[in-house]
Design a binder for this molecule. Structure first.
Ligand code: SF4
Length: 322
């Protein structure tokens, strides 16, 4: 079966005074209809850059796609003309950003923006689109939706703006939703409501690429997981297998810091150290300075991504003990 979206060997760098900095290196991922792929890792690992690159939303310069393909149907989204890409954005593939003001204009009322987004991709009267937009605001938990339709973004709280953007991302019933930390700014009740909405949409086979640093959210929402560290994918696999039997030391460490994984009274484990800087990636494995299993070869050579049935792992231990 052909995946709905297939990213192959994507590499992205940023131009700086010190030369090109690699932000994403040789990333390959695929998502089938109805799947929710969680892309997880600490801040600065390259998750958001990967997501933005799919729809060519990275400001260029300084961002530059150095290589790779992003296949959606028979098109490579990195190569098609910008007009063709615009007709896919929002309509077939929608994006929910971490920062709502990335998607909302400060100059127009919420209702006007939602109606415009609906009518850009559908033949619908203004009145019908207004009614539908209002219904979506209610669905994402915005009280007094009819009134809020007339508000400007700055008149809403940050959490409400986030929900407006979620409504905008869901209302066109896209094939794929790319959501970058979509619920981080929301309280747990609204978060649960949004997750229910997304689950509902999955019944229509809507797929999702969900970016988060929170393994708890991954467990709640995803069918598959890709773990990213210092610009590279280090482990991928189906959700239950990866949670039950993590192979990469970084995946193990991420799972060890999930709230609830410590017994009562015990402190949560933290991952010591910081993500290596792209200015200064070590010669061998990018994770070597934080890895408790590191051995001599890890400093000398860079591990490939080794395949284990339907898992992939970038670690010499996985190669030596298949
Ligand atoms: Fe740790 Fe070495 Fe595996 Fe890297 S390759 S994760 S340093 S054991």
């Amino acid at each position: 079966m052909q995946p709905l979206l297939e990213i192959k060997n994507l590499s992205v760098s940023f131009e700086t005074d010190d030369g090109m900095l690699p932000a994403v290196k040789d990333v390959s991922l695929s998502i089938n209809k109805g799947e929710v792929l969680g892309l997880v890792g600490e801040s600065g690992c390259g998750k958001s850059v990967t997501a933005m690159s799919v729809l060519r939303l990275l400001p260029s310069p300084p961002g530059k796609i150095m290589g790779g393909t992003v296949r959606y149907g028979d098109q490579d989204l990195l190569q098609i003309p910008i007009d063709a890409l615009r007709s896919i954005r929002g309509n077939k593939i929608s994006m929910i950003f971490q920062e709502p003001m990335t998607a909302l204009s400060p100059l127009h009322r919420i209702g006007t923006q939602l109606v415009e987004a609906l009518r850009m991709h559908r033949t619908q009267s203004k009145q019908a689109a207004w009614k539908e937009a209002e219904t979506w605001l209610t669905k994402v938990g915005i009280p007094d939706a009819a009134e809020r339709m007339h508000a400007y973004p700055h008149q809403l709280s940050g959490g409400m703006r986030q929900r407006v953007m979620i409504a905008m991302g869901l209302m066109l019933d896209p094939d794929l939703i790319i959501a970058d930390e979509p619920t981080t700014a929301l309280d747990v009740t609204i978060q649960a409501q949004i997750f229910d909405l997304i689950r509902e949409m999955r019944k229509n086979e809507t797929a999702m690429l969900l970016i988060t640093h929170d393994m708890g959210v991954i467990w709640e929402m995803c069918t598959h997981v890709a773990v990213m560290y210092a610009s590279e994918i280090v482990e991928t696999g189906p959700l239950e297998q990866l949670f039950k039997d993590p192979i990469h030391p970084y995946t193990k460490a991420l799972l060890a810091v999930i709230p609830g994984s410590a017994t009562p009274g015990e402190r949560l484990a933290a991952i010591p150290g910081q993500v290596a800087s792209p200015l200064d990636y070590p010669k061998g494995c990018h994770f070597q300075d934080r890895c408790r299993y590191a051995f001599e070869r890890c400093q000398r050579n860079h591990p490939d991504l080794y395949r284990h049935d339907d898992r992939c792992v970038r670690c010499f231990l996985a190669e030596e003990n298949p």
